[in-house]
Design a protein around this ligand. Sequence first.
Ligand SMILES: C[S@@+](CC[C@H](N)C(=O)[O-])C[C@H]1O[C@@H](n2cnc3c(N)ncnc32)[C@H](O)[C@@H]1O
Length: 266
Amino acid sequence: MKPGVYHYPQCYEVAFSYRDILAELAVFNTLIDRHSDIPVSNVLELGCGPAPYVEALTQHGYAYTGLDLSQVMLQYARHRTDQRNLNAEFQLGDMLDFQLDKPMDFAFLLLGSLFIRNTSDLISHFDCVARTLRPGGLYLLEQCVAFAPFIERTFTWELSQEGIAVKTTFHVKPLSHVDQTAEETLTLEVSHHNTTKVLQEVWLRRLIFPQEFLMFIANRNDFEFVGWWKNWSLAQPLDNFQANNRSIVLVKRVQNKRGLRAPHGA
Ligand SMILES: C[S@@+](CC[C@H](N)C(=O)[O-])C[C@H]1O[C@@H](n2cnc3c(N)ncnc32)[C@H](O)[C@@H]1O
């Protein structure tokens, strides 16, 4: 078995360094200005990994909390924020079953990091976010709704930073149309000085299809759908699938949306 990608935060960061973090921060801020019903002073990143957005967010004035299942990632993220004395804290935890000791004003999850294997995982995740997010607060998810056709696909790209060159391959193999599951494999071929190593993560993902997502949110009493856009561009609402689309989806935590009464005896 190859060593895991999430055990090498620096290599992971090189692989995903194509992002324009300041431009994405501007999108966060615009969405907050337009759609949040509450002022935002703290933000929560689920599956935060090395916390690549923490500098931008804390410099903007937000207090940052990152939650991740990987000790190695959190150690790397903590080192980065301690060195710069940033207003950030981290919690080891599972995004499918977590609780924070304080409510959050805004939550986000990037790069398709919603690691669910089945429908119960999806429900548990949104239950946890609902418990954590203040009513009126927003939850932004990137690449979590499957807008692309459910077919076998491979993406490859190469990037380098500070002498570390990484060739990344992301492979999606549909497993079951009935369960909406796919096996996803992330492989990093890393070259540094004269050494090379291959890192790999393989996981099973339960996909969420677009109309299913709308119905899922519509049927929840604690969230409402706000919008979805292509490639972090608020000028491009999602109409049709485009390759390499970094789609974002926004929902809002609401209180008792339809005024539903608790069932008898509850
Ligand atoms: C693709 S990385 C994203 C990291 C970071 N958010 C970014 O934008 O670069 C996914 C992260 O999710 C974490 N992760 C995977 N399953 C998780 C779970 N069930 N709960 C919390 N974190 C999880 C991994 O450890 C990894 O750090």
